[in-house]
Each structure stands twice: as structure tokens, then as C-alpha cells.
Design a protein around this ligand. Structure first.
Ligand code: SF4
Ligand code: SF4
Length: 211
């Protein structure tokens, strides 16, 4: 099996909460580390179930969990305290938060992975992690689909911004080049004729007055 396929298969055995409790910035980076030999027991949300699945797939020993299993939770925004800063939206890896700038925000409970990543960025501390209903967090492939969709959306936006920035830069450069470009002899002659014509037409009414 190619390394990339192994990483993908390992990633699919992780809970896709993207919480970072394994010490990596998301499930995929931990999958990459496992493929390179990192222990398989560092995912607290996955717990024993994930360790057993990883051990079977990778033909490694089952290890005790290196971490503390926390009760499953989902985010809840105290909406009356929300100032609409959108920082939680930026932090949520699965687009589980709805809201617009300067308006109240809310969490789509069914989409929340319980990762906790929105809590710290909130400047008014109005996000609580509350106990989840038992099966609420057990849909890793659904979370992965949402994560990938969000990543492609962000990438598309970044590419569009980069294109816009490049085209503005190009326009500015061509304008500057145009201004600085030395005039050819022909242009100078044309300019001189235009100046002479303008002068002549400016004097024309005065000469007819005299006659
Ligand atoms: S709402 Fe908060 S806790 Fe839930 S998935 Fe998004 S960032 Fe994580
Ligand atoms: S980070 Fe907090 S205050 Fe800002 S929009 Fe989210 S919930 Fe509201």
C-alpha cells in the first residue's frame, strides 16, 4: 500500500473531531505521524475503540490510552452575550457555527464535533461546552466531509484573493511603466503639432476681432 493510502486509511479510523488533544493540529496530521511510527494511543476522543482499530489495521500492539478520556460535549453559545465578532466561525473546523458580523451566532448542534476549538477565541467567553447526547458525536465520516468542504472553500477564497491581488499589481505596474516610458521622436512631433494647433485655436478669436 502506498504511504498516502496508508495515511488516508489511518485518518479514516480517527474520530475526526479535529480537537488537537493528540498534540497534532487535527486528525490528518496525527494520521501522518502514526504512519511514520508515532504511537497509536494518543487520541482521547477515540479512546480504546480507536486504539483497537488502529492496532488491527497496522498490526501493532494494543496500548493503554495516553491521555484522559473526557465526557463528550457540544458547544453552546449564550446568544444574548454574543457580540458577533465571528472569531468562533473562523475557529470551527467543520463549519458548525452560523452567524454574520455584528449579529448573534449559534451552533448547529448536530454538526458540532465537540472539539472545543471555538471556546478560547471568543473574546467575551460566551461559549459553553455542554454534555452531548450519547451518539451525537459518533459520525466521523460526516465530520470529515464537512472538514474537506470547508478546506476547499477556504482554498478557493484564498486563490480568488491572490488572483485579484496579482491583477491589481499588474494593472498598477503597467500604469507606472506607461507613465515612465520615454517618448519616441514621432510622439514628440505629434505632441508639438498638437500644442501648436491648440495655441493657434486659442489665438484665433483675437485675430478675427482685429480684422
Ligand atoms: S462549534 Fe466549536 S466545539 Fe463545535 S465543532 Fe465547531 S469549533 Fe468545535
Ligand atoms: S466568538 Fe463569541 S462573541 Fe464572537 S461571534 Fe462567536 S460566540 Fe459571539
Amino acid at each position: 500500500m502506498e504511504l498516502i493510502d496508508t495515511i488516508e486509511a489511518i485518518d479514516n479510523l480517527l474520530p475526526q473531531t479535529q480537537c488537537g488533544d493528540c498534540g497534532h493540529p487535527g486528525c490528518r496530521p496525527y494520521a501522518e505521524a502514526i504512519a511514520k511510527g508515532e504511537p497509536i494511543n494518543r487520541c482521547p476522543p477515540g479512546g480504546d475503540k480507536t486504539i483497537v482499530a488502529l492496532a488491527a489495521f497496522l498490526q501493532r500492539d494494543i496500548l493503554p490510552l495516553d491521555g484522559i478520556t473526557k465526557p463528550k460535549t457540544v458547544a453552546f453559545i449564550r446568544e444574548e452575550e454574543c457580540i458577533g465578532c465571528t472569531k468562533c466561525i473562523d475557529a470551527c473546523p467543520v463549519d458548525a457555527i452560523l452567524g454574520a458580523a455584528k449579529h448573534m451566532h449559534t451552533v448547529i448542534i448536530d454538526e458540532c464535533t465537540g472539539c472545543n476549538l471555538c471556546v478560547d477565541p471568543c473574546p467575551v467567553d460566551c461559549i459553553d461546552m455542554l454534555p452531548a447526547i450519547s451518539d451525537q458525536l459518533d459520525k466521523p465520516m460526516h465530520y470529515k466531509t464537512r472538514l474537506l468542504a470547508r478546506n476547499s472553500r477556504l482554498q478557493r477564497i484564498a486563490e480568488q484573493r491572490e488572483k485579484l491581488r496579482a491583477s491589481r499589481k499588474q494593472k498598477l505596474e503597467s500604469k507606472t511603466t506607461e507613465t515612465l516610458k520615454p517618448k519616441s521622436k514621432l510622439d514628440e512631433v505629434r505632441d508639438a503639432i498638437a500644442r501648436a494647433k491648440a495655441k493657434k485655436s486659442a489665438l484665433a478669436p483675437a485675430s478675427s476681432d482685429r480684422s
